[in-house]
Design a protein around this ligand. Structure first.
Ligand SMILES: NC(=O)c1ccc[n+]([C@@H]2O[C@H](COP(=O)([O-])OP(=O)(O)OC[C@H]3O[C@@H](n4cnc5c(N)ncnc54)[C@H](OP(=O)(O)O)[C@@H]3O)[C@@H](O)[C@H]2O)c1
Length: 345
């Protein structure tokens, strides 16, 4: 059986829609008919900058929502016909999501509750993983603040009364950081964004939204007016040099700054930790945490504890993803672009 896929033909080369075999699910895997796939900045960065991937043609895409078509040996938590979401794997074509059928590892693939559309579900896996690993990789401090996860027993509200700073709250990752921080009890939850996003970020759990265009000293002054409690955790969901430096200055001694891009902090001191998160629930280092998160993801979504990003659907199936990546590169505001691989002409 064959399918349509979106290939990146060579390093920094062109995208092209092509035909490829539908993969077979191995032990512990499911085959998913991809109805919706979200675009992430890493997708255009891989193409423009030649990052991460060495084998071509390559299929990109880290977010899928669709229908289980076939289950591999040993899979008991999912069955044919289930609506599911999963995190794609870069560098493994069969597990990437810019195609009509992808493989998911069943332990890190979750059922989508009826209350969510497939488009909404597609906005969740990569962003939520990036937030969850960066904050709550309990006992694994190499890529995380190492906090206790709020979705596990005893985790809800555990950090009540502790402030957290989130740079870039309106980004896809930032919105999941805010929502997980709220579940964990953090307060105040102080974030930066364009002020038009204030009300919607407050609905997700931010207590204070500061203008992201404030000069560094003014921004830090505003944060100090909100609380005198020490910020032991800061999460920079933008991680540009200026946001890294502001976040680091807001962080209290003994605290951890979580970054999503390479570190560029100036004037570092011994008493503040800086870590880089890696938002993929499939990789060995994150797998246990990923399985823990996915064992609860359906109920987190069903209860509305975690809400998806806003969606903008792209036209023209896999072809539309090419223009979508250009749009994402220009910058979007508080919206996730979603493609429909089944609508490929
Ligand atoms: N390490 C990893 O595993 C990992 C995983 C996922 C993403 N990332 C990286 O994380 C970054 C965010 O990804 P994403 O998908 O969340 O991005 P996104 O949703 O495309 O980010 C867009 C948002 O960024 C906000 N923003 C831009 N510049 C800002 C600034 N200076 N201050 C505050 N907010 C700012 C904008 O907020 P307003 O609309 O309010 O202006 C906009 O809504 C990207 O660089 C991505 O490559 C890394």
């Amino acid at each position: 059986m064959s399918q349509k896929v979106l290939y990146l033909k060579s390093k920094q080369g062109a995208f092209e829609v092509a035909t490829a075999p539908v993969p077979k699910p191995g032990s512990g895997e499911v085959l998913i008919k991809v109805q919706a796939t979200a675009l992430n900045p890493v997708d255009w960065k891989i193409q423009v900058l030649g990052l991460f991937i060495e084998e071509f043609p390559a299929i990109l895409g880290g977010d899928a929502a669709g229908i289980v078509e076939e289950v591999g040996e040993g899979v008991t938590n999912l069955k044919k016909g289930d609506r599911v979401l999963t995190n794609g794997i870069y560098g493994v074509n069969e597990h990437a999501t810019f195609q009509q059928y992808t493989l998911g590892n069943a332990d890190v693939t979750g059922k989508i509750p009826d209350s969510l559309s497939l488009d909404e579900a597609a906005t969740i896996p990569l962003g939520l993983a990036t937030a969850a690993v960066g904050l709550f990789h309990y006992g694994v401090e190499s890529n995380s603040a190492g906090l206790f996860p709020p979705w596990e027993d005893g985790g809800s509200g555990k950090y009540a009364g502790e402030p957290i700073f989130v740079a870039g709250g309106a980004s896809s990752v930032g919105q999941y950081v805010i929502q997980l921080a709220k579940l964990a009890g953090f307060g105040p939850i102080v974030t930066t964004a364009s002020l038009r996003n204030t009300e919607s970020l407050k609905k997700q759990g931010a207590t204070h939204v500061l203008d992201r265009n404030l000069p560094a000293d003014s921004l830090i002054g505003e944060v100090q007016k909100i609380t005198s409690a020490p910020f032991k955790v800061a999460y920079d969901a933008v991680s540009l040099p200026e946001t890294q430096n502001v976040s680091y200055r807001i962080l209290a001694p003994g605290g951890t700054l979580v970054l999503v891009l390479a570190e560029e902090v100036e004037n570092k001191t011994e008493d503040k930790r800086v870590v880089n998160t890696y938002g993929n629930t499939n990789v060995p280092v994150n797998r246990k945490l990923g399985a823990s998160l996915y064992s609860k993801v359906t109920s987190l979504l069903e209860t509305g504890a975690i809400k998806p990003n806003s969606v903008e659907v792209l036209p023209n199936g896999l072809h539309g993803i090419i223009d979508g990546l250009e749009k994402l590169k220009q910058g979007v505001s508080k919206v996730k672009l979603v493609g429909h691989p089944q609508e490929t002409a």
